[in-house]
Design a protein around this ligand. Structure first.
Ligand SMILES: Nc1ncnc2c1ncn2[C@@H]1O[C@H](COP(=O)(O)OP(=O)(O)OP(=O)(O)O)[C@@H](O)[C@H]1O
Length: 256
């Protein structure tokens, strides 16, 4: 069965999609079989991995039972992916039957044995799609950007995680807070580290040793349909993402 990791933070622009794409690319480079899942109606993960998201089958059709999940698998340079586009935002209103929290888990149960890892990107919200990610995942990674590092919102994400643990998925574990867009000269001060540790403590987790440094090539890589990890492998963020995967694997947070 695949290990399922969701990348989450209800704040926008902190690097969820960049991190999900980098995890997918790094694990694929290591020879792992990876399935990427985009639960964000912005569709950025699929776009970032080279998929024409408005001309492929997407998760929306799967959730609406219009097609079987296998038919929605899209091929990328790094393995398979279930893409999303703006239609996915309709799920919140249109799928209101009991069990709606299990839409994703149900669909992935048939696929899980075919992959080593499933990496889920989530929307910048704590909504039904996010809950579906938490119900399905074994592990959560929470990226944060130092410039919008804030304790506001931690209570909400904590409550959502606790509710999901209580009612749907008791195994759900936050494996770490990831400091992204890190600039050692500006950010390596006690305030940023203290605040991120306080946030980690509240979520009963740690701050990853590996910080992802800022780099201009991160913004360029999606237009080339690649993660920065393979688009610019010698760039600082790419090297940091590879180190992050090593850190996760070494700590046994993820089975090797
Ligand atoms: N380490 C980094 N260095 C430079 N730019 C970065 C870095 N990480 C992310 N970015 C840029 O920041 C922007 C937001 O990143 P990303 O889309 O990954 O965030 P997100 O949390 O998924 O956003 P959303 O909440 O809107 O889905 C993008 O333009 C991306 O290229």
């Amino acid at each position: 069965m695949a290990e399922i990791i969701a990348v989450t933070n209800q704040k926008g622009g902190v690097g969820k999609t960049t991190t999900a794409a980098a995890l997918i690319a790094t694990l694929a480079e290591k020879g792992k079989k990876v399935l990427g899942v985009d639960l964000d109606p912005q569709g950025n993960l699929g776009f970032s991995l080279g998929i024409d998201i408005d001309n492929v089958h997407t998760l929306y059709e799967v959730f609406k039972k219009q097609i079987p999940v296998e038919q929605a698998l899209c091929a990328t340079e790094y393995g398979d992916m279930l893409a999303a586009n703006i239609l996915l935002s309709g799920v919140e209103l249109e799928c209101n039957k009991p069990g709606r929290e299990y839409l994703l888990k149900t669909e992935l149960s048939a696929l899980s044995a075919d992959y080593d890892y499933i990496i889920i990107d989530t929307p910048p919200a704590l909504n039904l799609l996010t809950v579906n990610a938490y119900v399905t995942a074994d592990k959560l990674i929470i990226p944060m950007a130092p410039e919008i590092l804030s304790l506001l919102g931690v209570t909400q994400i904590k409550e959502t995680i606790e509710t999901v643990r209580q009612y749907y998925n008791p195994r759900l574990k936050v494996i770490g807070i990831l400091l992204n867009k890190f600039n050692a000269r500006l950010n390596l001060n006690r305030d940023v580290l203290d605040l991120s540790r306080q946030i980690a403590e509240q979520l009963d987790t740690k701050v990853f040793e590996t910080k992802i440094r800022q780099g201009v090539l991160v913004a360029e890589s999606p237009a080339h349909g690649k993660s920065v990890v393979t688009y610019a492998p010698h760039s600082k963020p790419a090297m940091d993402f590879v180190a992050l995967v090593e850190e996760i694997l070494q700590e046994g947070s993820v089975e090797q």
